[in-house]
Design a protein. Structure first.
Ligand code: FE
Length: 210
């Protein structure tokens, strides 16, 4: 089997958000798609281990912030590689609330949904959401998963539906890898004050890839 073909499927980069009793929660999702047009329904895939998964199940609503190519990469680092169990991911970023759901300012716009069905796989829950409302606020190029990989040099976390271990481990050469988020720095030496542009981790967590 040549599972590289899976990388020819297209994905975006989104922040899927919901709430727990005390705060807003959210995580990065790349599998978000419109399933029907009228009424509009949206399907998303969220790992069982993601805190956002259990919050959506309790709150029964979620929002999707559609990131663009100029979105601060720290948003991807924070929402993709940290857990809302431990921190309030929204604390560092501007956001507004629509239908009692958080939406990131630094995105093209949003879709809010009420959950109308779920399907469990071994690792992920597929949530089917009926759209409550949506808006487009910016005309910037939406961030594709390809852009995330090629330009931001981001990696798939293990909990991503599209994680493929053998492809993720292919990177070799004169490079340093962030052990928190997988970001790759290319060069002989890391600058002394280097901070991971994706997740904000310090230089010390980088390891040489050889
Ligand atoms: Fe990092």
């Amino acid at each position: 089997m040549n599972n590289k073909i899976l990388q020819d499927l297209n994905y975006g980069v989104y922040v899927v958000s919901s709430k727990d009793e005390t705060k807003n929660v959210g995580c990065i999702a790349n599998s978000v798609m419109q399933i029907t047009s009228s009424p509009a329904t949206i399907a998303i895939s969220i790992n069982h281990e993601n805190y956002t998964n259990e919050c959506i199940k309790k709150y029964n609503k979620f929002s999707v912030s559609v990131l663009n190519e100029e979105t601060n990469p720290e948003i991807v680092g924070t929402f993709g590689f940290k857990s809302s169990r431990d921190i309030d991911k929204f604390e560092k970023f501007e956001y507004y609330e629509i239908d009692e759901l958080p939406v990131l300012e630094d995105s093209n716009g949003y879709i809010t949904c009420e959950v109308i069905g779920t399907l469990e796989t071994d690792t992920h829950t597929i949530f089917l959401g009926k759209m409550i409302s949506c808006d487009k606020k910016m005309e910037k190029e939406p961030m594709s998963y390809k852009f995330y990989h090629k330009v931001l040099k981001g990696k798939s976390p293990e909990k991503a539906p599209t994680y493929t271990p053998d492809i993720e481990e292919e990177i070799k050469g004169n490079r340093w890898k962030c052990t928190i988020c997988g970001y790759i720095y290319e060069g002989e030496e890391l600058p002394l004050d280097y901070i991971c542009p994706l997740c904000g981790a310090p230089r010390e967590v980088f390891v040489k890839v050889d």
